[in-house]
Design a protein around this ligand. Structure first.
Ligand code: SF4
Ligand code: SF4
Length: 195
C-alpha cells in the first residue's frame, strides 16, 4: 500500500471517555505479561490477589478465535489453553471501572491504551485495523485524523509487549502443564516483564 493510501485510510479518532469499551460484555480485556506485572506491582498485589483480578478464558477451538484475539498467545493451564483477561463483574463491566472512570488509568492494559486499534506483525510488515465500529466506540469519526506517527508509535508499543509475552508463552507451553496459579507466579517473577 502506498503512503497516500495509508493516509487515506487513517480514521478520525478522539476518545470521548464514554466508558463503553470498559462495559462491553462481549469484549475481553486481555492482558500481557507486562500488563500483569505492571498492575500487580503498582497496586502492591500478592500473586493471590493478582489472580482475583484476572479471569482465564479457555480456548475450546483454536479455529474459532475472534479476529481481535488471533495475535494474542494463550498459555496452557490445568483447564486448557487460556486467554488471560481482567475480570469482569456480573454486568459485564471491568472490575477496575468505578463511576464510569478507570481506577488504574495510568496502569491500564495495552489493549485499553490501543482500543479501538488492533495490530499484527507478519514478517517485517506491521498491519493495523479497527476492532470496533462507531456504534460501539463513539470516539471513531470524532476529532482529528489519527496521524501515521501515532499509529506507528502505538503499533511499536503493542507489538513489543505481545512479542515478549509470546516468547514467554512459547517457553511456558513447552513445559509440563501446571496450574493457572503457578503461571501467574511465574509471570510475576520473570524479569522480562519488568524491563
Ligand atoms: S468506547 Fe471509544 S470513545 Fe468510549 S471510552 Fe472506549 S475508546 Fe473512548
Ligand atoms: S482497565 Fe480501565 S480502561 Fe481498561 S477496561 Fe478496565 S476500566 Fe476500562
Amino acid at each position: 500500500m502506498s503512503p497516500r493510501e495509508v493516509e487515506d485510510r487513517l480514521p478520525q479518532f478522539e476518545c470521548t471517555k464514554c466508558g463503553a469499551c470498559c462495559r462491553e460484555d462481549s469484549m475481553l480485556i486481555t492482558v500481557t505479561g507486562r500488563d500483569i506485572a505492571r498492575i500487580s506491582t503498582a497496586l502492591g498485589l500478592s500473586p493471590e490477589e493478582t489472580m482475583r483480578a484476572l479471569d482465564f478464558y479457555i480456548v475450546d477451538d483454536p479455529n474459532t478465535i475472534p479476529i481481535g484475539l488471533q495475535g494474542i498467545p494463550s498459555p496452557s493451564t490445568e483447564r486448557g489453553s487460556a486467554f488471560i483477561a481482567l475480570r469482569k463483574m456480573e454486568n459485564g463491566e471491568c472490575i477496575f471501572l468505578k463511576d464510569n472512570l478507570c481506577m488504574i488509568h495510568t496502569l491500564r492494559p495495552i489493549v485499553c491504551r490501543s482500543f479501538p486499534f488492533v495490530f499484527q506483525e507478519k514478517g517485517s510488515q506491521r498491519k493495523w485495523g479497527l476492532s470496533a465500529v462507531k456504534q460501539i466506540c463513539p470516539g471513531l469519526g470524532t476529532g482529528s485524523k489519527v496521524s501515521e506517527k501515532d499509529i506507528e508509535d502505538l503499533s511499536a508499543l503493542v507489538l513489543e509487549s505481545i512479542k515478549t509475552y509470546h516468547e514467554f508463552v512459547d517457553e511456558w507451553n513447552s513445559l509440563p502443564t501446571t496450574t493457572a496459579r503457578e503461571l501467574i507466579r511465574t509471570i510475576l517473577s520473570d524479569p522480562r516483564f519488568f524491563a
